[in-house]
Design a protein around this ligand. Structure first.
Ligand code: PMP
Length: 407
């Protein structure tokens, strides 16, 4: 894939072609949510224009079409992450709901007082708070795998924490706050040796590289559509079949039942057991379209390109002085988190926005790692394949200007 191709790819994302505060938009907030290619926008619009109906119940043509498209999208997700069966793909609202589902429907019933759940110090709040709640409900204890000053999980300390009390481990694949790529394969294999199950929060991994849940051998994997060039409000939980079979429903209502009577109710088969109520049909179809879009691209080339932009930004940050990089893991992708020395991240973010540059500032829903580094938050520039070198240059021109204002 040549630079020219990337110029063409950028044109697939119509939102990028606009002025913000009198400047051409530079969107460096893809870790918060990615922009959507025209193909996804068209798929969602076409669904509402031509096929809109409720799924699985109608005895009419539109309902059949909606159901087929909705279920085809599930098959696309299954293939995308190499799930053994399409029935192991559960639609959720996003990563957050996927984690809460596993916390309440699986872990809550399998842990008790004295048992331990492990998360890392580098988690998003959505991979911390659901486990705190399960611990309150059950008497289990939440312990934290340490992370070093570079923002890397300390594997040796993790191995030392593993004993027969540890029943469940949940870690992210890629950190949204720092961009660290975590050694999830090693984490999964070590947990399995002591009989613990493992959930991987893949929200920031799926947009960057291919996932194979069978090679990883994770018990659960979660991600959000909106970080994968698809709409908000749709997400995925993958689980091992035997675990999903043994789990209780998460929410109750229509769709998740087989037979309902006042003498007792039986539940539907997988995946519907976990999909109470009318689902986000357009969202699922949009996610299917996003996967089709990615499948026709050379994904390793996209990643190499993104990593080149990240390397370029990192070099510039080191060169201009007055910038402290936060998170310097050897293995990282997508995210440059940093501080402008002597300035509050929010003030920097505001000055960048005035120059048309969209970044995120703050704790990035990962307060514990900010507490460890004793900082209130960072400025985060995050990259996707629709960014280019000009975006990186614009960021640094704007940062120089912010510096002259603030320091
Ligand atoms: N985990 C990680 C690593 C994330 O980056 C995010 C989104 N910032 C989430 C979980 C939560 O995802 P969502 O808000 O889409 O449920």
């Amino acid at each position: 894939t040549t630079e020219l191709d990337f110029t063409l790819l950028r044109k697939d994302f119509p939102i990028l072609d606009q002025q913000v505060n009198g400047h051409p938009l530079v969107y460096l907030d893809s870790a918060a949510t990615t922009q959507k290619p025209q193909a996804v926008i068209d798929a969602v619009a076409a669904y509402y224009q031509n096929d809109n109906a409720n799924v699985h119940r109608g005895a009419h043509a539109l309902s059949d079409r909606a159901t087929q498209d909705f279920e085809n999208a599930r098959t696309k997700v299954a293939t995308f992450i190499n799930s053994p069966k399409r029935e192991q793909i559960i639609w959720t609202r996003g990563t957050t709901e996927s984690i809460n589902l596993v916390a309440q429907s699986y872990v809550r019933s399998m842990v008790t007082t004295g048992d331990v759940i492990l998360v890392s110090a580098l988690e998003h709040h959505s991979n911390i708070v659901p486990w705190q709640i399960v611990c309150e409900q059950t008497g289990a204890e939440l312990r934290v795998i340490p992370v070093n000053a570079a923002g890397e999980i300390e594997l040796d300390e993790y191995y030392a924490m593993l004993n027969e009390s540890v029943k469940f481990v949940s870690v992210n694949h890629v950190s949204n706050a720092l961009g660290s790529i975590n050694p999830v394969k090693e984490i999964i294999d070590a947990a399995h040796k002591i009989g613990a199950k493992v959930m991987i929060d893949g929200a920031q991994a799926v947009p960057h590289f291919a996932i194979d849940v069978q090679t990883l051998d994770c018990d659960f994997y979660a991600f959000s559509g909106h970080k994968l060039f698809a709409p908000t409000g749709i997400g995925v939980l993958y689980g091992k079949e035997q675990l999903l079979e043994q789990m209780q429903p998460y929410q109750a209502g229509g769709e998740m039942i087989e037979v309902v009577s006042f003498n007792g109710t039986s539940y539907n088969k997988l995946p519907y057991k976990f999909e109470a109520g009318t689902p986000n049909i357009a969202g699922a179809i949009g996610l299917g379209a996003a996967i089709d879009y990615l499948n026709q691209l050379d994904r390793p080339a996209l990643l190499a390109y993104e990593d080149r932009l990240l390397a370029m930004a990192t070099e510039k940050a080191k060169a201009i002085g007055g910038i402290t990089l936060v998170g310097t893991a050897k293995n990282k992708t997508g995210v440059m988190s940093f501080l402008l020395d002597g300035a509050h991240p929010h003030d920097v973010g505001t000055l960048l926005d005035q120059q048309g540059i969209a970044v995120r500032t703050g704790h990035h829903c990962a307060m514990p790692i900010m507490q460890q580094f004793k900082i209130p938050g960072t400025i985060r520039a995050s990259f996707s394949f629709y960014n280019n070198e000009s975006d990186v240059k614009r960021l640094f021109t704007a940062l120089e200007k912010a510096k002259s204002f603030l320091i």
